[in-house]
Design a protein. Structure first.
Lengths: 113, 114
């Protein structure tokens, strides 16, 4: 069966520091991968989407970037964090042949101080 | 663009009460519809889905019917349990320049008391 992992689970970072969040998927190949952010009291916002290695689409302009160095690895990064980057970051995957249904990881809670 | 509107919470119910969480959508075409559940401190879990009009998705006693005529996908459960306390998100599939994405409602918090 497929599983999705995210780490770290929780992170507290000072403003201006770099960020690297990692997501990996097991039990499937060539998945579509997604990064969402859930800000406090708000819904989920799609940040990035990837259909394959090195292929990244950004949905909103922001302080963050994403990379996909391997088929089942998706990384969310920032060079300098802002206070507004605080939130709950969720990685998700979908089958290439059934893209509409997405499965989410446990999330990373980021607090920028 | 496509969007989802959910009833605002929090919803507080006693154990064994009937649950309805309203969800309506605006869409061009016929998107697939989903309900996700988020337990405290966790990620989202797919609860159920429906891919076309009149489809009924069901799981763990929850069900929702894709109603094209009313553009709705209300979540129901006949008898809730304390363990159902969570935040519930309605979502629809949408096609952007990047491919498929999910548009989520803002979520409805449910608290079930013994």
């Amino acid at each position: 069966s497929q599983t999705i992992h995210q780490w770290p689970a929780t992170l507290v970072q000072p403003v201006g520091s770099p960020l690297s969040l990692e997501c990996t998927v097991e039990g499937t190949s060539n998945p579509n991968l997604y990064w969402y952010r859930q800000a406090a009291g708000r819904g989920l916002q799609l940040l990035f989407y990837s259909v394959g290695i090195g292929q990244i689409s950004s949905e909103v302009p922001q302080n963050l970037s994403a990379s996909r160095p391997q088929d089942r690895q998706f990384i969310l990064s920032s060079k300098k964090l802002l206070l507004s980057d605080s939130g709950f970051y969720l990685c998700a995957w979908s089958e290439d042949r059934e893209q509409e249904t997405q499965y989410f990881g446990p999330g990373t809670r980021l607090l920028v101080l | 663009g496509n969007s989802v509107t959910q009833m605002e919470g929090p919803v507080t119910l006693s154990e064994e009460a009937f649950l309805t969480i309203n969800c309506t959508y605006t869409a061009t075409g016929y998107p697939s519809l989903f309900w996700y559940v988020q337990y405290p401190g966790e990620g989202l879990q797919l609860l159920l889905k429906a891919t076309k009009a009149d489809d009924k998705g069901s799981n763990k006693g929850f069900e929702a019917t894709y109603r094209k005529e009313t553009t709705s996908f209300h979540l129901e459960k006949g008898s809730v349990q304390v363990s159902d306390s969570a935040v519930y998100f309605c979502a629809l599939s949408d096609i952007s320049n990047s491919g498929y994405a999910l548009n989520f409602g803002k979520g409805t918090s449910l608290l079930v008391t013994p």
